[in-house]
Design a binder for this molecule. Structure first.
Ligand code: RP5
Length: 159
């Protein structure tokens, strides 16, 4: 059963959102990956939001670009924590996505990450850290992942 739902507004978001999927795979966190567009498939958004919790999903990662309404609409529809990933855009560099996702009205939060691939990776780590609160084995794997990243950073720069 998937614990994390990775959703995105378009197939074109997958190269970014796949980074979240990759990190969840590394951490052994089961996830499902779906295209759910706030504008093009609103009925799919509605039913996904209505059913995610009862299907066993615990955290939703939502990536969208431009007029990026998917994370916010999903936060309105589900009590689950929603982590938003602003997709980088050609026209405005992803600032449009960032502002669309981050400026939620009070009452319906979206935990908004950085623009692009860094945001997708961090969304996966944030989802994992939420799940790790009630999963000691995952907490250990997450700590090891972080330690490995720290160990990979050289102390001295090289040419
Ligand atoms: C948004 O529109 C999607 O999240 C995507 O980032 C953007 C462009 O979508 P495509 O025109 O590439 O399908 O809904």
């Amino acid at each position: 059963m998937a614990y994390v739902g990775i959703i995105m507004g378009s197939q074109s978001d997958w190269p970014t959102m796949r980074e979240a999927a990759r990190v969840l795979d590394e951490l052994g966190v089961p996830h499902e990956d779906r295209i759910v567009s706030a504008h093009r498939t609103p009925d799919r958004l509605w039913s996904y939001g209505k059913e995610a919790k009862s299907r066993g999903i615990r955290v939703i990662i939502a990536g969208a670009g431009g007029a990026a309404h998917l994370p916010g609409m999903m936060a309105s529809k589900t009590p689950l924590p929603v982590i938003g990933v602003p997709i980088e855009t050609k026209a405005l560099g992803g600032v449009d996505s960032l502002y669309s996702i981050v400026q939620m009205p009070r009452g319906f939060p979206v935990a908004t990450m950085a623009i692009g691939a860094a945001g997708a990776v961090n969304a996966a780590l944030m989802a994992a850290s939420i799940l790790a609160l009630s999963d000691d084995s995952l907490a250990e794997r997450l700590e090891a992942w972080r330690d490995a990243l720290s160990a990979s950073v050289p102390e001295v720069p090289h040419d």
